[in-house]
Design a protein around this ligand. Structure first.
Ligand code: HEM
Length: 376
């Protein structure tokens, strides 16, 4: 089974069995994401209401920290926190970091070539995402194993908030992340930029770091899979610029969105795609272009690549007020990786691919490559 192109149809549907709305298709998703009656303050409805009540006290650090994550806030609390860290993500700063990102990518490709397993998730994507995000956030010496262990604990909690062990694991991860972030020596770090109380600053720093890790790993895996599966490496290797690689990244974002959906909750009655959404209703906005519940089977082969089409109108990075601040970093990192990879290993092929179980933070658990294409 391969992935078909994402549908352009927009739909808003209520699922009785789940007790929530699902919105999909670019137009409907964008309308939902800019609807002022749909709030991002969903922690209670989408997560805490599933956590056993006797755990709320034991997990108060987790709960109070996540209540300060600006991705889960509206209005001035969101904008104040976002504006404070925005300079770290400015186009000028990202351009200045481009050369260093290239060095990181080169070093990691060297290490990957010498690795035993050639698993592009553990040996390449985990390492590159941790190092580039550490660089951007002024957290030098970030150890990729710890960063991804923390990020995985948080994704597990967000996906299965009813599980006590996941809540405890996420709380431990947040505490460890806090210690690591506070001790960052860099003056231009996320910790020094974040606004508010010490707790607010820790919440912002941990959320920004977490926000980029598993998503970038997902995008790296999907982009490599798409490039190799469509035989695009020789063309990317031969190109003088990153343009061909950038196009693959946009195609990967369009058809495999690393973040499957975001949640919103209606603060008053509103209309979406001709349907009436009532105050208090939970709305899941799909970023994949598809219904969240219509594809029980995961694809075994990448979708066909169409060269030259305009891909940038997907919603993989969200839309509106909460549009991803890390999008330029993710795009540059992955495009540089594809170019560097294609130049070194133009004949590489995919040997083994295993999808992550998590349907929200989408990606591969393993992506084993054959670097000289012997398995073709
Ligand atoms: C392929 C990689 C990435 C994908 C697919 C992705 C996806 C998204 C999406 C869909 C949102 C919107 C959330 C919403 O509307 O509720 C978002 C927000 C956010 N992302 Fe990313 N992201 C990626 C990489 C990154 C990176 C590298 C960073 C930071 C280093 C980052 C930090 C954030 C932050 C802080 C927000 C919250 C923005 C706000 O609420 O104003 N992301 N991301």
């Amino acid at each position: 089974m391969t992935t078909d192109d994402t549908s352009t149809a927009s739909t808003v549907q209520y699922y009785d069995e789940l007790g929530c709305w699902v919105v999909w298709g670019r137009q409907a998703a964008q309308a939902a994401l800019e609807d002022p009656h749909l709030s991002s303050e969903t922690l209670e409805a989408a997560n805490l209401s599933y956590l056993p009540t006797d755990m709320h006290e034991e997990c108060s650090h987790l709960i109070e920290t996540m209540r300060r994550w600006f991705v889960l806030l509206d209005g001035s609390r969101h904008t104040t926190a976002r504006r404070a860290v925005q300079p770290l993500f400015s186009p000028r700063r990202i351009r200045r970091l481009e050369e260093t990102i290239e060095v990181i990518v080169d070093e990691e490709l060297d290490a990957y070539a010498a690795s035993e397993s050639h698993d592009a998730v553990a040996e390449l994507a985990d390492r590159i995402s941790a190092r580039t995000i550490g660089l951007l956030l002024g957290l030098p010496g970030s150890d990729h194993l710890s960063l991804h262990r923390w990020a995985k604990a948080l994704t597990d909690f967000l996906g299965t908030s009813y599980r006590r062990d996941c809540a405890v694991g996420a709380q431990d991860a947040l505490r460890e992340m806090g210690e690591f972030i506070k001790n960052a020596p860099d003056e231009d770090s996320i910790w020094s930029r974040a606004s508010g109380s010490e707790w607010d600053r820790l919440a912002t720093s941990s959320m920004v770091m977490f926000g980029g890790l598993e998503t970038t790993v997902g995008l790296i895996g999907f982009s490599l899979w798409h490039m190799l599966g469509n035989g695009l490496a020789p063309r990317i290797a031969a190109a003088d610029t990153d343009e061909a690689a950038k196009e693959v990244v946009e195609r990967a974002l369009e058809v495999y969105a690393p973040l499957g959906h975001v949640a919103r909750i209606a603060t008053s009655t509103t209309e979406l795609g001709g349907r009436t959404v009532m105050e208090g209703d939970l709305v899941l906005v799909s970023l994949t272009g598809r219904d969240l519940f219509d594809t029980p089977q995961l694809p075994t082969a990448p979708t066909t690549h169409h060269q030259g089409a305009d891909r940038s109108d997907h919603v993989a990075f969200g839309f509106g007020m909460h549009y991803c601040v890390g999008a330029p970093l993710a795009r540059i990192t992955v495009a540089q990786l594809l170019t560097g990879f294609a130049r070194r290993f133009p004949d590489a092929t995919v040997k083994e691919v295993a999808w992550r179980k998590n349907r929200t933070f989408r990606g591969f658990d393993r992506l084993v490559l054959d670097l000289d294409g012997a398995s073709r």
